[in-house]
Design a protein around this ligand. Structure first.
Ligand SMILES: NC(=O)c1ccc[n+]([C@@H]2O[C@H](COP(=O)([O-])OP(=O)(O)OC[C@H]3O[C@@H](n4cnc5c(N)ncnc54)[C@H](O)[C@@H]3O)[C@@H](O)[C@H]2O)c1
Length: 454
């Protein structure tokens, strides 16, 4: 039997052994999916803590309950290891390691490079290797393929190599690893066939594309689309603020159009491992080809200015009350980068806290999902969201609109609320003055807008 047919047969019979490199937000849910589909899965991670906890039946990823990990470990379907040599026993290996940015905003490919070296060291005929980490177009062909060839393996004949972007949306219960369609692009048609068969065994819908570059670019298009649209709506919030129009009312009204409009909402900035970073992978790649990706640059500029825009709102709101930011006690509510998750990576809340502290504010925070976090070597502990704390704070800034927070209590108890998320939209008026991203003026002075008409 041909190597490809052997591999397809093992996948169909679920006798293929699956290895996952990197057991984080992406790798662990994927490992669980393969294990649930009937494969024996080996997770490899460089972190001894992560490996020990998982083997103990404890999950560090909120979307994967510990009991699911514990059950799979008990059934012998999943095991974690720090021993890279064991990857040689795997028939399929998916790589899901981080792809952050360096301080210069250029791609930091050190994790992918290290994972490539790891997988290449134990690569053997009959394996399918799939890169999942978000990266610039060309990575699979330029980095992984030569590593396989250096081992004397012919890609498409001995080993099968593909890129398949992960689309996991942490905290999203409707769309999970299992039911979110998965795009796959192999180096050769046989590489695509094998990777499609592998993912098709545990994911509802697999979408083959003609090359790894098409798959790599698909992910970057998706996340650039989000970054650009969020920036556009953030700019619209600033426009509305200057015009004295309520941006939320305008968005709600525009969203009644049944075609040609997609709702995006403004906020204090963007965060997480994806939207703020991924477009820069494409911008960097295009710079090497002497092309400037203007939409990406502009979106990044606007989105990264939002924390400072929010801090200006805080300062102006305190000023209205004859108070300075300096010396005020400010409660930042929500530190995670988005609602109902515990991930603080790249969170705009971190910038907002730093900017307020630079101005001399006494900043405390509350987040039901993040009891403590470390930033620049400093450990921050959450305060309880008590009535005393709300009364004591000169201003409350709702940076993340977690759904478990009682916003009516906030409005009834706090003095001043800056609400860039519109979290208080459904509350009844209370004692707090609420300042939105765009503050509607009670009446518009039409003469100021169009004096020539009068
Ligand atoms: N988090 C998301 O929402 C999300 C969504 C889609 C795509 N992605 C992409 O998926 C990739 C992984 O992101 P993540 O959020 O899962 O990262 P993560 O930081 O949660 O997990 C990565 C894991 O890889 C391990 N690791 C690092 N280097 C390693 C190596 N050389 N060998 C083995 N293990 C190693 C780390 O210890 C960590 O446990 C990134 O490229 C990211 O852009 C992330």
């Amino acid at each position: 039997m041909l190597t490809k047919d052997l591999l397809l047969d093992k996948i169909e019979k679920r006798t293929a052994r699956v290895g996952i490199i990197g057991l984080g937000y992406v790798g662990l849910p994927l490992a669980v999916e393969f294990a649930r589909a009937g494969f024996r899965v080996l997770g490899y991670d460089v972190s001894e803590r992560v490996v020990a906890e998982l083997n103990d039946g404890r999950s560090h990823i909120a979307d994967v309950p510990s009991r699911a990990v514990a059950a799979l470990i008990k059934e012998g379907r999943f095991e974690a290891t720090t021993d890279a040599v064991r990857l040689g026993d795997m028939d399929a290996v998916s790589i899901a390691v981080p792809t952050p940015l360096a301080k210069t905003r250029d791609p930091d490919m050190s994790y992918v490079l290290s994972a490539t070296e790891t997988v290449a060291r134990s690569a053997r005929p009959g394996q399918v290797i799939i890169l999942e980490s978000t990266t610039y177009p060309g990575t699979t062909r330029e980095m992984l393929q030569p590593a396989m060839e250096a081992r004397g393996l012919v890609v498409g004949r001995d080993v099968f190599l593909a890129f398949s972007p992960e689309r996991v949306d942490p905290g999203n219960e409707r769309w999970t690893t299992h039911n979110t369609p998965k795009v796959v692009g192999g180096i050769t048609a046989d590489c695509t066939d094998v990777a499609v068969a592998l993912y098709g065994s545990c994911i509802e819908r697999v979408v083959p594309v003609s090359s790894p570059e098409a798959a790599e670019l698909t992910k970057l298009l998706e996340n650039t689309f989000r970054a650009v649209n969020i920036a556009m709506v953030n700019e619209m919030a600033i426009v509305c603020d200057k015009l004295g129009v309520d941006v939320w009312e305008v968005i709600d009204a525009a969203a009644t159009k049944p075609f040609g409009f997609m709702r995006f909402t403004p906020g204090p900035g963007i965060g997480g491992h994806c939207i703020p970073l991924d477009p820069h992978y494409l911008a960097w790649k295009m710079r090497t080809l002497n092309y400037k990706t203007r939409f990406i640059d502009l979106a990044s500029e606007i989105n990264s200015e939002m924390p400072s825009y929010v801090v200006d709102k805080v300062a102006a709101a305190l000023n209205d009350e004859r108070r300075a930011v300096n010396g005020s006690r400010i409660l930042v509510l929500g530190i995670a980068y988005k609602r109902d998750i515990n991930d603080v990576r790249e969170s705009p809340a971190l910038d907002i806290i730093r900017l307020l502290e630079d101005l001399g504010a006494d900043v405390v925070y509350h987040d039901p999902f993040v009891p403590s976090f470390q930033e620049d070597g400093v450990r921050h502990e959450a305060v309880a969201l008590t009535d005393e704390e709300l009364k004591r704070s000169d201003a409350v800034v709702i940076v993340t609109d977690h759904s478990s927070v009682d916003y009516q209590r906030l409005v009834d108890t706090a003095r001043l609320i800056i609400d860039p998320r519109n979290a208080t939209a459904q509350t009844k008026p209370g004692q707090a003055r609420v300042v939105s991203l765009s503050t509607m003026k009670p009446t518009m002075d039409s003469t100021a807008l169009a004096p020539e008409l009068h």
